[in-house]
Design a protein around this ligand. Structure first.
Ligand code: CP
Length: 336
């Protein structure tokens, strides 16, 4: 793709918005025009995104919440599944960087007439888009798109595979609270089998030095769990006192086939984060949840809204993280 001199000047000028990153990462240059997952990223790449996000945080505190790095660019939200946080966050992130946005939803598009993912993306690309943010039910959908279109592709959740920006914002939030993930013990609790968040958290957190334990009944663990870099526990009471972070996952009732547990009441009794259970955790334990929450199922309202909870801080941080991701993939595209 030809790049104009003014585009290069714009990119260069706005790289200068984040000088502390250049100082910290002297030999490093971001080169990925797609963000597909945290599994493929190095520790330094993850740290680079987080440091870039720190540089963008202050834009959201201004009276005019806008900066120009993506001026003239078009970001498409290509969502084949529902979303509140991720979709709104990407839209706001794009607007804060001065990009135009196009919102696509499966229900109101020609997908309902049988149009394929690739045809949909190629038709949108013909209108001159620069970044596609895609959420899809199929694992690998973002990767497939990245191999077939010229625009940058950002994975906003693909099947049970990855949700990299959720993983990044979770890591960002822990780093903000504790300074580093090195040596921290993290419990990820609940419906791991259907959770792309659990996978992105696991890849990212372990690369940054955390020890991750998946806590769930055997029926809610993925079949390949023994090949993953995690410890496994079937009992939340066994780990609750030992960990620094508890990340509670939603039971994905819409994806559960058959009976994964006898009853919701029984699940909550053994795997729900209640006030009583939390009282046995470390005083400064960080309680997280990617949302949406099933209040009273995996987490009690008093815990979700309590002093250890950083759930809304996660959402807030997601904006800076997504600004960083959009900025970096666009920068990499400009350099290729
Ligand atoms: N955490 C998350 O992905 O939420 P949404 O489904 O609302 O985007």
């Amino acid at each position: 793709m030809p790049i104009s001199k003014s585009h290069l000047r714009t990119t260069k000028r706005h790289s200068g918005m984040i000088p502390h990153i250049k100082k910290k990462h002297k030999q490093f240059q971001w080169q990925r025009k797609h963000l597909l997952g945290l599994r493929e990223l190095s520790r330094e790449e993850i740290t680079y995104i987080l440091d870039t996000a720190e540089g963008f945080e202050q834009i959201s505190t201004r009276s005019v919440k806008k900066a120009p790095p993506l001026r003239g660019k078009v970001v498409v939200n290509l969502f084949f599944e529902d979303s509140t946080r991720t979709r709104s966050s990407f839209t706001l992130a794009a607007h804060r960087l001065s990009a135009d946005t196009l919102d696509f939803s499966k229900e109101s598009s020609s997908v309902s007439k049988g149009e394929t993912l690739l045809d949909t993306a190629k038709n949108l690309e013909a209108m001159g888009i620069d970044i596609v943010v895609i959420r899809h039910t199929a694992a690998g959908a973002a990767k497939l798109l990245s191999k077939n279109i010229n625009a940058c592709v950002v994975n906003a959740g693909d099947g049970f595979c990855e949700h990299p920006t959720q993983g990044l914002l979770d890591i960002y939030t822990i780093r903000q609270m504790r300074g580093s993930l090195e040596g921290l013990r993290v419990a990820i609790v609940g419906d791991i089998a259907h959770s792309r968040v659990a996978r992105s958290d696991m890849w990212g957190m372990t690369k940054l030095g955390a020890q991750v334990t998946f806590v769930a009944p055997p029926t809610l663990l993925p079949p390949d769990v023994r090949q993953l870099p995690v410890q496994i526990s079937y009992c939340l009471d066994e780990v609750v006192e030992k960990v620094d972070v508890i990340n509670m996952l939603r039971i994905q009732f819409e994806r559960l086939g058959g009976n994964a547990f006898p009853s919701i009441r029984e699940y909550s009794r053994y795997f729900g984060l209640t006030v009583e259970r939390l009282s046995r955790a470390k005083d400064n334990v960080i309680v997280m949840h990617p949302g949406p929450i099933n209040r009273g199922v995996e987490i009690d309202s008093k815990v979700a809204d309590g002093p250890n909870s950083v759930i809304l801080q996660q959402v807030k941080n997601g904006l800076a993280v997504r600004m960083a991701v959009l900025f970096l993939v666009n920068q990499a595209a400009a350099q290729t």
